[in-house]
Design a protein around this ligand. Structure first.
Ligand SMILES: [Zn+2]
Ligand SMILES: [Zn+2]
Length: 261
C-alpha cells in the first residue's frame, strides 16, 4: 500500500541520529505528503529531550523550515512516556496542547514507578523472573497504565508499539483505543506488535496507524513491516488512517479532529 505520511520519527534532540532537515528530505524522497517529528519525552533518561520546552523550540525551527518545503507538511509532536499506573505523562498538558500529534507509550528506564499493592509497571524481560501469578499481576498493571493514560489524556492520538517492552492485555488496550478514538500503532522499527496481536486488535475494531519510528534517515517512511502484515491479513485499508487515500492528519489527529469512528 502507499502512504500519506509517517507520524513517528526521532531527531538528535532525543535518541535519533538525524536533524529535522534530514527527516524532511528523507520523507520527500519516499514520496510522503506529511511527516511528524516526535521526540521522546524528557523522563526517558538519556534518550529523552532535555526538557519539555524543547518541543516548542522544534516548533519554531519547523516553522522556519516549512516554507522551504511546500510539497510536505511538517508536523511537530511528542512520544510522551506513560509514567505511572494513573496514566500520567511526562510532557505537561499545556505543551501537548500546542503540538500537532501526541503519541504515548511505555519505555524502559523511564519510570519512577508508582507502586500500588506492591505492583508497578514491569518490563518484559523481568517477567521471566516472576511466578505465573506475579506475571499476571504485572500484565494487569501495565495494561492499567496504558488504559489510564488513554482516559486521563484526551490529547493522545496514538499508542506507540502496544506491548513492546511491557507485556499488556492487547484486547483491553485495543478496546480503550476504540472507545477513546486513539490509534493503535503498528511500529515498523521494532516490528511490533506481532501478527497475532494485530489480529486481536483488528477483531476488537481499532483503527491502525503504521509508523516507521525512524531514528535514522534511511528508515524514515519505511513502512514495509506494517504494509506487509496488512496485506497478509487482508485488513480493510480504510482502517489504516495513514494510507494514501486517508487525507492526512487533519482527518484523524485529535487537535484537528474531523475524524469519526
Ligand atoms: Zn517508543
Ligand atoms: Zn519512538
Amino acid at each position: 500500500m502507499k502512504f500519506y505520511g509517517d507520524y513517528h520519527t526521532h531527531t538528535r534532540r532525543s535518541d535519533g541520529r538525524q536533524s529535522e532537515e534530514q527527516i524532511i528530505v528523507a520523507a520527500l524522497g519516499r514520496g510522503l505528503k506529511e511527516v511528524a517529528i516526535t521526540d521522546h519525552g524528557p523522563l526517558a533518561a538519556v534518550i529523552g529531550v532535555k526538557n519539555p520546552e524543547v518541543y516548542l523550540q522544534t516548533k519554531e525551527r519547523v516553522k522556519n523550515l516549512q516554507p522551504l518545503y511546500p510539497d510536505l507538511t511538517i508536523l511537530v509532536g511528542a512520544e510522551a512516556n506513560i509514567r505511572d499506573l494513573d496514566g500520567n505523562l511526562d510532557v505537561p498538558s499545556a505543551i501537548l496542547d500546542q503540538l500537532d500529534i501526541v503519541i504515548a507509550g511505555l519505555h524502559p528506564y523511564t519510570l519512577p514507578t508508582s507502586f500500588q499493592d506492591g505492583v508497578g509497571i514491569f518490563v518484559q524481560n523481568s517477567l521471566r523472573h516472576l511466578s505465573q501469578a506475579q506475571r499476571e499481576k504485572a500484565i494487569t498493571a501495565n495494561t492499567q497504565a496504558i488504559i489510564a493514560a488513554i482516559y486521563a489524556n484526551p490529547q493522545i492520538d496514538i499508542i506507540s508499539h502496544p506491548g513492546l517492552f511491557f507485556a499488556v492485555d492487547i484486547e483491553e488496550v485495543a478496546q480503550a483505543c476504540v472507545k477513546q478514538g486513539v490509534l493503535f500503532e503498528i511500529n515498523c522499527a521494532h516490528e511490533h506488535p506481532d501478527v497475532s496481536d494485530i489480529m486481536v486488535a483488528e477483531r476488537v475494531g481499532v483503527d491502525f496507524i503504521i509508523n516507521s519510528d525512524a531514528h535514522f534517515t534511511d528508515t524514515v517512511g519505511d513502512l514495509r513491516y506494517g504494509s506487509d502484515i496488512v496485506a497478509q491479513l487482508d485488513i480493510d485499508l480504510g482502517r489504516i488512517v495513514n494510507g494514501l487515500d486517508g487525507g492526512g492528519h487533519t482527518r484523524w489527529a485529535k487537535k484537528h479532529a474531523t475524524y469519526t469512528f
